[in-house]
Every structure is written in C-alpha cells, then in structure tokens.
Ligand binder design. Sequence first.
Ligand code: CA
Length: 228
Amino acid sequence: MRLLVVEDDRALAGQLAAALGAAGYAVDCAADGEEGHFLGDTEPYDAVVLDLGLPRLDGLTVLRRWRAGGRTMPVLILTARDRWHDKVEGIDAGADDYLAKPFRMEELLARLRALIRRARGHAAPELACGPVRLDTRSGRVSVDGTPVALSTQEFRVLSYLMHRQGEVVSRTELTEHIYAQDFDRDSNTIEVFVGRLRRKLGADVIETVRGRGYRLRPPEPAAGGADG
Ligand code: CA
C-alpha cells in the first residue's frame, strides 16, 4: 500500500513519513499544493493525507480538482482548522475523513487503515484468504495460526494482494503500490517477492495468471460436503 502525504510543515511531514513507513506503507511526500495535486493526479495512491493550509495551492482546491478529474483514492484531511463548518466543507469537497491537529498518530493510522480497507470492500480489520491471515492493525501475518515473518517488501506485496483478493493484479500495478516514487523500481523484483511469499505461505496461495499477473484466491469450498 502506497500513501501520499501533502504537508508543508517539514517536521510534521517527516514524522508522518516515519510513522507510516514503520507501519509498512510506501510513502511519498509533497510540500506544497501544486506538487501534491500533480502527484495525486498521476500516481496511484491507496490513500492520501492532505493538509489544507498549503503554499501555492490550498488543500481544498487540490481535493476538488482531484475529484473533478475523477480521482477516487481515499483522502483524509489533516488540518489545524477544527471548526465544524470546516469539517463539513472538507468532507463535501470530497474528503473521506477529517482529523484535526493536534492529533495522535495511533488515531491517524487507525483511520487510514479503515479508509484503505473500505476502499477495497473490506470491513473487518483482519483480512483472511484461505489459511492466510493478515491483521492490518499489527501487521502480523499467519498461516493456519502460525506467525510468519515477512520483509517490508514481501509484506507490501501480500497486503496489496490481500486487499485485492480474487482480482488479477499485474506486476506493474504491484510495483506502483509497493514503492515510493523516488525508489529505483524494477518490476522483475516482484517475481522474487512472490517466490519468497510462496515459500513462506504455501505454493498455492498466489496464483500466476499467465500474461496478466497474480491473483490471491481463497481455496474453493469442498464440494458436496456441507448441506444447504
Ligand atoms: Ca500547513
């Protein structure tokens, strides 16, 4: 999962990037509204943290332009403007959530988890696919109840596939969602991560769909066993 942080307060942007990175996300930062708008308009983010008071282009304008242009990624407004009508204006401009500064990082992380899973059609914080479970709160992964240790990149690949389970995800798409913008990307490394995940989680968990990508698919229910 890859996030965009649009925040002109350098110290806060650094704290956000560190906390989000520690939580397993790939993070891009923009320090003004124009850059933020451009990145959100051209890169596929799983969620955005957006300040309102920004140089060059204010946050509400950025948000309205994204929505007018058909960009649907979840956006959480993080701002010092905490009057109720600011919140209404932000949400009506297309925000999915609103958090006023000062804030607790734990709350921001919880709200982002909820936005990301809801955007992919999941309500529960623990994602399950056959024997594999991923707890989005702790970042823990298990197979048949046994914890499995994953590297950061392996976790990002699995987390993206878990959120998109049942759908075919191309290597290009996976690459775009596990690396930050300034990272030297190589979509061939996706194969390496998938190979490692298969060794750790079981060979059948991630299916290769020839010429199209990968799919995480729950095992078919046993035929004829249950009645009804
Ligand atoms: Ca600001």
